[in-house]
Every structure is written in structure tokens, then in C-alpha cells.
Design a protein around this ligand. Sequence first.
Ligand SMILES: Cc1cc2nc3c(=O)[nH]c(=O)nc-3n(C[C@H](O)[C@H](O)[C@H](O)COP(=O)(O)OP(=O)(O)OC[C@H]3O[C@@H](n4cnc5c(N)ncnc54)[C@H](O)[C@@H]3O)c2cc1C
Length: 332
Amino acid sequence: MLTKTIIVGAGISGASLARLLAERGESVLVIDAKDHIAGNCYDCLEDGIMVHKYGTHIFHTNNKDVWDFLCRFTKWYPYQHKVLGLVDGQTIPIPFNLNSLHLVFPKNMADKLELRLIENFGFNKKIPILKLRESGDGDLQFLADYIYQKIFLEYTLKQWGLAPDEIDPAITGRVPVYISRDDRYFQDRYQGIPMGGFTAMVGRLLDHPNIAVQLNTPFDKGMQYKRLFHTGSIDEFFDISLENCPIAASTLISSNLRNLASRMPLSSIIPAIMIGRESANTNGFWTIRQTKRLLPLNIRPRSNVALTNDIIPSLATKMRNYTMHICGLLRM
Ligand SMILES: Cc1cc2nc3c(=O)[nH]c(=O)nc-3n(C[C@H](O)[C@H](O)[C@H](O)COP(=O)(O)OP(=O)(O)OC[C@H]3O[C@@H](n4cnc5c(N)ncnc54)[C@H](O)[C@@H]3O)c2cc1C
């Protein structure tokens, strides 16, 4: 009789599932096509900087069970994520919020628009850009057009290869207009960067006598198992063609980023971890991430910036789904 449970993927989802099952006495085999654990959260030291190889990752959740669970495997650097956008030569908080509003418009105009926003939607609300554009209010329509042109249009064209109204509002809505003075990117109760890195945290999750890990092992449909958890791409698992997928693959412009990195002086400090550039210049950079800003001042490395680029945006959704499953397991 087959007893083996296979988990495909040694990322944070696969490792959490493996740990929870292992602690219930189940033997688990975790396989991963890559030559390392931690999936997209993989980080490693390069020239003294903890580089997030596949893009900057910040842990954030409102779920106390998830937070308490991970606290068993890591300590955290407290970190509240903030993003600045470069609009018309000045840096403003992203998502666009009331502070951004007052930075880009004269006081009288900003006061009036702030009032309109609060009257129409209330304070501390996140409004997707498309909803703002559809509002009947002329002032808000003007504001929506401004934000659309200056922030969403170029960014979305560059990231997705489509104009914002050509793609699912759920995707553009992920970067909403925030009617608030809170400059943080996430408002979750628990946020942080694992001390020692995500990879070390995932390593401790997988460190259990009931867990075996096999790297460089792509899932093969001929594999024998009793139960399978697949944390990779669902379309790949079901052999679904990407031809009809509405989301074009993102364009990687990492060479531009690297060029930029090499031009930055060692002492260069950008004011936040990311700066998105929303100019029409398609050869320009997209985001700068100074990953050393993830760490507290006293332990930041002195060496140069490390730059990465956003790819595979749909994964965050997948993570949320797995987080829900993991929460379910935690409560069982
Ligand atoms: C640039 C970027 C930034 C992000 N920032 C954040 C953030 O700040 N906060 C956040 O919560 N989320 C963020 N995300 C989403 C984040 O990547 C996920 O939250 C998290 O990494 C998902 O973990 P996972 O284990 O589900 O998937 P993954 O990390 O993708 O792990 C899946 C693993 O499965 C393996 N695998 C897939 N298919 C197969 C196969 N057929 N055979 C064998 N192995 C396979 C892969 O090699 C991979 O190691 C970001 C994503 C990107 C791309």
C-alpha cells in the first residue's frame, strides 16, 4: 500500500505544510525542481547583503495563528514596508494616499480633493483606481485621471503589457488609492523580515525527522504517492496552455537594473526600499530595491545596493490561498 505523501515545492507553503503534517506523525517527501529550498523567498548573502534572489519579500499577515506558527522558526526584524514613486521628479508615497495628494497639488486644491475623497468613500478606505475613474464627481474624475496617467498607466503597460482597463480590476486594484495618511504599503498587524533570512526560516521548518527533502527533482506524473500537495503553478499541473491567459509574461529588464546598480556610489542611499519609475521611457528602470533597507540601521551592510525585479505577480494570490489552507491545518 502506498503511504507516501509528496509535497511538490520547498517554498514557504510546501515547507509549512510539510512541518504541520510531520508534527502529526506523517512522513513527508518534499521535492523541488530548484537546487535550493525557500522557493521565491530564497535569499542569500552576496557581498554582505542579504539578497532576495527572486524579488524583495516582506512577511505580512493579520492571522495570529500563522504568525505564532512562524515565530517558532525565526525571530524577526520589525519592518514596515513603504514604497515611494518618482512622479514629476519628486518622490511620493505609493499607494497614492492623502500625503501623496498634498505633495503633488497646491494646498487649496489638495484640501478640496481630500474632502471630496472622504465625502465619497470615507476615511481609511482603499479605492481601486478604476472605481475612482468611474465616480460621477468632476473633481474626483480629474484626480483619477491624474493618478491614472502618472502612476498606473505606464507602470501597468510595462508590467503587464496592457492598459489598466484591459486587465482584471482585481489586479489593478491591488495597488489602490488609499484615503489615509498611513504611508505603509501593508496594513497587516504582523509584519517583518526573518532574522537570518527566509531561507534559514524555511530550513528550520523542514528540519524534522519525518521530513525528507529532495532538490533538483521536478515533479513527474509517473511518481507514486498516496497524497499529493502541489504548490507549483496550477496551470502547469493541469497542462493548461498559457495561450489564452490574459496576462502577458512580464518583461525582465534586469540588465538595466544591474547597470544602474553599478553606477550607484557606495554611499548612495535611496529613501525607501523601492522606487517605481512611472515614466514613458521603456528603457528606463522599473523599480529600485535597496534590500539593505530591510534591516535595522545598526546592522545594515555598508556595501552597494542590490537590485532585483518583479516577476510572476500572480504568485501572491497563490500564497494567500495556501495560507488559508495552512490556517485550516493549524486549527485542526
Ligand atoms: C518579486 C516578488 C515579490 C513578492 N513579494 C512578496 C511579499 O513581499 N510578501 C508576500 O507575502 N509574498 C510576496 N510574493 C509572493 C511570494 O513569492 C509568495 O508569497 C511565496 O513565495 C509563495 O510561496 P510558495 O511556497 O507558495 O511558492 P514558491 O515560493 O513559488 O515555491 C514553489 C516551489 O515549488 C517548486 N516547484 C514548482 N513546480 C514544481 C514542479 N513541477 N516540480 C518540482 N518543484 C516545483 C518551485 O521550484 C518553488 O521552489 C512575491 C512574489 C514575487 C515574484
